[in-house]
Design a protein around this ligand. Structure first.
Ligand code: ZN
Length: 299
């Protein structure tokens, strides 16, 4: 009898452990890469962590490179431990093995979200530019590829390569974001247009722009030192078996408290990792009038 009880206890323990590990495996294993950026990554990474963890769907590690100007050749991430990489990084190239491992990770089905200045990084790394679709600054020029914008009829236009800026924005303001792909999992259920918090509206981004799906854009008026075009701000790019999203919103910690920044980041990350989105659109998601704030650190 004691023997039987022992067996039952052991089986129960085994089931318990199995259930726990199944639960952990259900979560999206995420690594945020930071450490070099012309933005305040020390302030924004904790927001990214909290924004993802608050959904209950992600486990999040942070991999921090040596500081700007220091030797990064020893920096490595074991991508086999992850489903998703979030790039809060705009800095020096990695070692060749690490770069190859990153490309292999995406080609074999991994997810990547380039957050804000994440698409400023690595102007001279062709594979990375294919993944982000469009990038700005960092030494980019007309050789980096065409511009991409949305015309008055809502059509995506890839401009012939020409001289001009390669990444730019006017002063921050509360711009209106247009949902350009209402049937895409990331954008489904979001309003046709919604008011973003005061933020930088990236324009004149360049890149290979291959296979880009524009999910969200905003009109950059000339009287805001804008391009006079509707500029792509959230784009999805397939790469091998993987999914990449470039999300240019969210300059700093203030912007990480706005509900649309939070929800877009959560949904971009879930989709990049799984191809699906289950994170709901909250009732307090902004409409066209004004941005809505809900500090993720308070949860
Ligand atoms: Zn910025």
């Amino acid at each position: 009898m004691a023997h039987l009880l022992k067996k039952i206890a052991f089986a129960a323990l085994f089931l318990c452990v199995a259930a726990t590990s199944a639960f952990a495996q259900d979560k999206i294993r995420t690594v945020i890469i930071d450490g070099q950026n012309n933005h305040d990554w020390k302030a924004t990474t904790p927001y990214l962590v909290k924004i993802l963890e608050n959904t209950g769907k992600f486990t999040v590690d942070v991999a921090t490179t040596p500081a700007q100007g220091e030797d990064v050749s020893g920096f490595n991430v074991d991508f086999s431990k992850y489903d998703l990489v979030v790039m809060n990084y705009n800095g020096a190239r990695w070692n060749k093995g690490m770069e190859k491992a990153f490309v292999d990770f995406i080609v074999n089905g991994g997810g990547m979200v380039a957050y804000h200045a994440g698409n400023n990084s690595f102007a001279d790394w062709p594979a990375y530019n294919e993944m982000i679709g469009l990038g700005g600054w960092g030494g980019r020029n007309h050789d980096s590829g065409p511009y991409l914008y949305i015309d008055d009829n809502g059509n995506v236009v890839i401009d012939p390569v020409q001289e001009g800026p390669s990444g730019d924005h006017g002063p921050q303001w509360e711009f209106l974001i247009d949902n350009r792909a209402p049937e895409h999992p990331i954008m489904k259920g979001l309003p046709a247009s919604f008011r973003h918090c005061q933020d930088e509206l990236y324009q004149y981004q360049r890149g290979p722009a291959h296979n880009v799906t524009v999910l969200a854009s905003a009109y950059a008026p000339k009287d805001r030192r804008g391009s006079g075009r509707s500029e792509p701000l959230v784009i999805a790019i397939p790469y091998g078996k993987g999914r990449c999203v470039t999300n240019m919103l969210g300059h700093g910690p203030d912007q990480m408290k706005s509900v649309d920044t939070i929800v877009l980041m959560q949904r971009c990350c879930e989709w990049a990792a799984t191809g699906n989105v289950t994170i709901p659109v909250p009732d307090n998601f902004p409409g066209v009038d004004k941005p809505v704030f809900d500090n993720p650190m308070d949860k």
